[in-house]
Design a protein around this ligand. Structure first.
Ligand SMILES: NC(=O)c1ccc[n+]([C@@H]2O[C@H](COP(=O)([O-])OP(=O)(O)OC[C@H]3O[C@@H](n4cnc5c(N)ncnc54)[C@H](O)[C@@H]3O)[C@@H](O)[C@H]2O)c1
Length: 245
C-alpha cells in the first residue's frame, strides 16, 4: 500500500484511530482530521478541524492533499451518538447530530472530491452502522443519520463510478470503543449493560475497533477494485442471523 494517501475523519479515537493505524501499518501516508487530535496515532498528520465548520474542513482537506501529495482514500468516520425515541430530542439536537453525522460527511467529501478525481485508485469509505439497517430501541435520531449515510453511500457510488471513485460503507454492530465505554459508564449498571450489548450480537461479544478497521482498509484498498455501492457488515452476525436462544 505504499502509494496510498488517506484522510481519516474522527481518526483520533476508536474506529477511526484503528483505521488510521492499520493504514499506517500497511504503508499508507495518513492524515487524521478530528476536532480533538490529542489521540491521533504517531506517524499520521494531525489536522484539528470540526466537520461542522465548512471553512475549517476545506482548509484541513487542502492541507492533507498538499502534505501527502494528493489523496486516494477518504474515510468518513467522524460521528456522534444520540439516545431516545423520536420524541426525545428537540429540533436543536436533531440539527446538531445531523450536522456532524450527515452534513459533516458531505462537507469533507465535497472538499476531497477534486483530489480523489486525480487518483488512479480512489475510494471513499463511510462509517455507517447497523442502526441504518436494523431497528434498535432508543436510537431514533442516531439511526436516521446513519440511514442517511447508507443512502448517501449508494448515491455517491452512482455519481462517481464513471470517475473511478468507489464509495462503500461499513455497518458495525456495537464496537468496543471509547464511545461505547462512555455509554456504559453512564448506565445504572455498566456490567449488566455490557452483558446485554454482548448478548445482542450472535458472537456473544462486542466487535473490536480493529475488526472494523480491517473492513474499512479492505474497502479502501485496490484489492476491492470491483466493489462499489456496498455495505459491509462487521457486526458479529447481528444483521443476518436469527439464532434460537
Ligand atoms: N462504537 C460503536 O459501537 C459504533 C457502531 C456503529 C457505528 N459507529 C460509528 O463509528 C464512528 C466512530 O465511532 P467510535 O465508536 O470510534 O467513536 P469515538 O467517540 O471513539 O470516536 C469518534 C471520533 O470522532 C471525532 N468527532 C466527533 N465529532 C466530530 C466533529 N464534529 N468534527 C471532527 N471530529 C469529530 C471525535 O473527536 C472522535 O475522535 C461513528 O461514525 C459512529 O457512528 C460506532
Amino acid at each position: 500500500m505504499n502509494a496510498i494517501k488517506a484522510l481519516v475523519t474522527g481518526g483520533a479515537s476508536g474506529i477511526g484511530r484503528a483505521a488510521a493505524e492499520l493504514l499506517l501499518e500497511r504503508g499508507a501516508s495518513v492524515a487524521v482530521l478530528d476536532r480533538d487530535v490529542s489521540g491521533a496515532p504517531a506517524g499520521a498528520l494531525a489536522l484539528q478541524a470540526d466537520v461542522t465548520d465548512d471553512a475549517a474542513v476545506r482548509s484541513a482537506v487542502a492541507r492533507a492533499a498538499e502534505e501527502l501529495g494528493g489523496l486516494d482514500v477518504l474515510v468518513n468516520n467522524a460521528g456522534v451518538g444520540a439516545q431516545g425515541d423520536v420524541a426525545a430530542n428537540d429540533d436543536a439536537e436533531w440539527q446538531r447530530v445531523f450536522d456532524v453525522n450527515v452534513f459533516g460527511l458531505v462537507r469533507v467529501a465535497r472538499a476531497a472530491l477534486p483530489h480523489l478525481r486525480e487518483s488512479s485508485s480512489a475510494a471513499i469509505v463511510n462509517t455507517c452502522s447497523i442502526a441504518a439497517t436494523a431497528g434498535l430501541p432508543n436510537r431514533a435520531l442516531y439511526s436516521a443519520t446513519k440511514g442517511a449515510v447508507y443512502s448517501l453511500t449508494l448515491a455517491m457510488a452512482a455519481d462517481h463510478v464513471a470517475e473511478g471513485i468507489r464509495v462503500n460503507c461499513v455497518t458495525p454492530g456495537t464496537a468496543d470503543t471509547p464511545w461505547v465505554q462512555r455509554l456504559l459508564d453512564a448506565a445504572g449498571d455498566p456490567e449488566a449493560e455490557r452483558a446485554a450489548l454482548e448478548a445482542r450480537q450472535p458472537m456473544g461479544r462486542l466487535v473490536s475497533a480493529r475488526e472494523v478497521a480491517e473492513a474499512i482498509v479492505y474497502l479502501a484498498s485496490p484489492g476491492a477494485s470491483s466493489t462499489t455501492g456496498t455495505a459491509l457488515a462487521v457486526d458479529g452476525g447481528m444483521q443476518g442471523l436469527r439464532l434460537r436462544r
